[in-house]
Design a protein around this ligand. Sequence first.
Ligand code: SF4
Length: 471
Amino acid sequence: MDTTARNAIGAATAIPLHGTDDAEKITYYANHRLDHVPQLTKLDPALLQGIRLAALVFPFKVNSYVLDNLIDWDNPEGDPIFRLVFPHPDMLQGDDLARLDRLHKTGDASAVAAEVMRIRDSMNPHSSDQLTNIPLFEGRNVEGVQHKYQETALFFAKQGQTCHSYCTFCFRWPQFVQTSVDKFGADDSAQMLDYLRAHPGISDLLITGGDPMVMTTRRLAAYLEPLLSSEFAHIRNIRIGTKAITYHPHRFVTDKDADALLALIARLSDAGKHIAIMAHVNHWRELEPEPVHQAISRLRKAGALLRTQSPILRHINDDASVWSRMWKDQVELGMMPYYMFMERDTGAHHYFGTGLARALSIYQEASAAVSGICKTARGPVMSAGPGKVHVLGRLTHDGRDHFILSFLQARKKEWLNRPFLAEYSETANWLDDLNPSGGENDFFFSHDYRQMTMAGVGAETHTIKSAGAGA
Ligand code: SF4
């Protein structure tokens, strides 16, 4: 079994791979081993060469479970999971593909590496701006923590900053390759625990990544078990963001420490913590294999509640029937649909983005096709700098069309529960593309938000360093 892989351009950093002790034999392929993926011999040679070049720029890693169980190799280009894990040449814009191809053919590795870095830095790697939300505590940045909304802190364990396979759309792509953006993560929970101890207003801790479920159970327990102490009674909800349920379901079923993982969840749950598994599911096809059903069932029996989320993505799930089926299947399996996100303005967003208008109509059509208990996903939602903005609908008033928007989460509590209007647009992809209705220059929160970002002072409980989008 392969246990490590290296990014061809980020060759100095080994990519840690989970699975050394898996009962199920899993093989991993990163970009330097792309040509070892057995199924790729079926591809058109020109497409394969384009994928090779795109995989120099975008993170690429896939495991044999995904290759063998989730992709229809008779029609890979039309397959949503193929698009989900294999970078496509169309993800590169303008002349980038041709220039990269020319340089690649010269065999000049350092020129290729420089071009790859140039392209990556041109794709807005700062968009999610993870540094934005790092809290300052006792004069220091809290390593590996983000705190944007009052009740919720995020923790990025260093060992969880990779995934069982990478998604081509991922807004955290700069975490997985070399760019000018600093990596995020901490390998010690002491500072995070000090911060939580001093902030009784935080009720939710979200363990995120990458995918925290690449960590061994022992490592995960070291981060989570201290929360059982009475000094952390205010941490009522432990959320774990993961795609392992569909990228590596054996993590919860047959991996050597799967039983220990379920026992850890049961221990936390029995102690009164709400364990929320935030499952990334982009297409109902991911839910079909039997090991996924076993993984979900075991997590539920251990006391976890599973919620699901995904961005809406061209080439993958920009179809109302995909969403309605996905929500129905999730509810049947015991998962609660939670979010339909908008793709963020980073990486290959031109390739995946649907635009707000189309996303709204897909959401509405999908929602109309399911029963009440399947209508629990909020969408479309933008995780923007000022907060999570929900596109509630379209309104025609005085002969003009408008989007109805509202904050689900906000940097200031006063911004919540205050629906506002923006001019309807067929082309807008993001909050920044929208104009307030009624001829105003600014939305009601814009002035405050500008002041906050200029002053570097964030939402009520903590200090931020600059403005931007975030978790
Ligand atoms: S599993 Fe999640 S964090 Fe990892 S690449 Fe996919 S979307 Fe990004």
